[in-house]
Design a protein around this ligand. Structure first.
Ligand code: KG4
Ligand code: ZN
Length: 345
């Protein structure tokens, strides 16, 4: 069985081809074309530009995919495509492309958030993909942290999800992007903040008196709020002297405090969720999960507080948007056909 998977939910055009013969799954192609550089001048994703780029690039990547996978278009048996959540014009590009290749009855609609979670259920070795034993993983708690989402979800098993909490305003990645912009850093801001934070000198935050809030960290629910943090960054930045603003040392210390503020809240809330539910594992996904400081901190804290719970985080390239996770989600949910229509939210 040959499965083509597509994700065009935001500003990445991603395609993968998997070959499945019973339990043997082989990755024949997996590629993500990032549009990040094109969106830089807008300081974030510009939907109509993203749509245009998906439209232009999908057929090109697809042609290349067939060549690299050494298959013909007619060899494709199923197409998994992200139908939501995401930017509506972008989602439709992927869906319409899938429809143009195969009739609706061969299309497997995939939820993007579910895919960010389920990619944790496989192990990859070269071009081989192995499904992990689900008994050891479920019930689980999941944390999805991306540019569009910050959610804690109770996962009873594949396909059985219950939202425990989510952001009331900005997503964690969006907070990184917006605060980075205040600091004059390019989009996407998360990796830029991480780079600077890594170079910060210990003691500099104290020296420059940088202290940001940890919004909702003590609240009893599992919700988040990051827009207040963005505002706090803006106000602090505005009151700084020109000398401080142009000091690389100051900027690094400031970036470190932003990163820690976001990560402290994510970690604390996730631990709270783990304490409430009897989870065997914590499944993490989304672009922000590529952040080294976050990866290390959440693993360390969970190990300390809940030594029996295993923390699963995908390799960095599979944290941000990709089509391999769409293929994996399709396989794990039984390759069920469904409505090839976008649901943006
Ligand atoms: O999952 P993703 O690729 O796309 C969405 O579905 O949104 O996530 C993109 C987000 C961006 O906000 C980006 O700044 C953030 O993930 N991100 C990071 C890092 N790498 C990407 N945030 C913090 N640290 C990183 N290293
Ligand atoms: Zn995503």
């Amino acid at each position: 069985m040959i499965l083509l998977s597509i994700d065009t939910s935001c500003d990445d055009t991603a395609l993968s081809i998997l070959e499945k013969q019973r339990d043997n799954i082989k990755i024949l192609f997996n590629f993500t074309l990032s549009q990040a550089k094109l969106h830089r001048s807008f300081g974030g994703v510009y939907p109509s530009l993203a749509k245009r780029e998906h439209k232009k690039n999908l057929p090109l990547i697809f042609k290349n995919a067939l060549k690299e996978a050494k298959i013909l278009e007619s060899d494709i048996n199923k197409i998994a495509v992200t139908t939501g959540p995401g930017l509506s014009p972008c989602l439709w590009q992927g869906i319409n492309f899938a429809r143009s290749l195969k009739k609706d009855k061969y299309i497997v609609p995939i939820n993007h958030i579910e895919a960010h979670i389920l990619i944790n259920l496989v192990q990859i070795n070269g071009d081989k993909l192995y499904l992990l034993e689900q008994d050891k993983i479920f019930p689980a708690a999941a944390l999805v942290v991306s540019g569009g989402h910050t959610e804690i979800i109770e996962v009873k098993k594949t396909g059985k999800y219950k939202e425990m909490g989510s952001t009331r305003d900005d997503a964690a990645g969006e907070c990184f992007d917006k605060t980075a912009r205040i600091l004059g850093l390019p989009y996407p801001g998360g990796p830029e903040i991480e780079k600077l934070a890594k170079e910060a000198k210990s003691g500099d935050r104290k020296k420059f008196k940088i202290e940001l809030p940890r919004p909702m960290i003590k609240s009893k629910n599992f919700d988040f709020s990051f827009s207040g943090l963005k505002t706090a960054v803006l106000y602090d930045w505005q009151k700084r002297s020109q000398k401080e603003k142009s000091s690389p040392r100051f900027k690094k210390a400031f970036a470190k405090e932003i990163q820690e503020s976001v990560v402290d809240v994510l970690t604390e809330k996730t631990e709270k969720a783990l304490a409430k539910k009897g989870s065997k594992s914590l499944l993490i996904g989304g672009g922000v999960a590529a952040n080294n400081y976050f990866r290390e901190k959440i693993k360390k804290e969970v190990k300390k507080e809940f030594p029996k719970i295993s923390v699963l985080i995908p390799p960095k390239e599979l944290c941000s948007d990709n089509a391999l996770m769409i293929g994996v989600a399709a396989i794990l949910s039984g390759l069920k056909k469904g409505k090839a229509e976008a649901f943006p939210n």
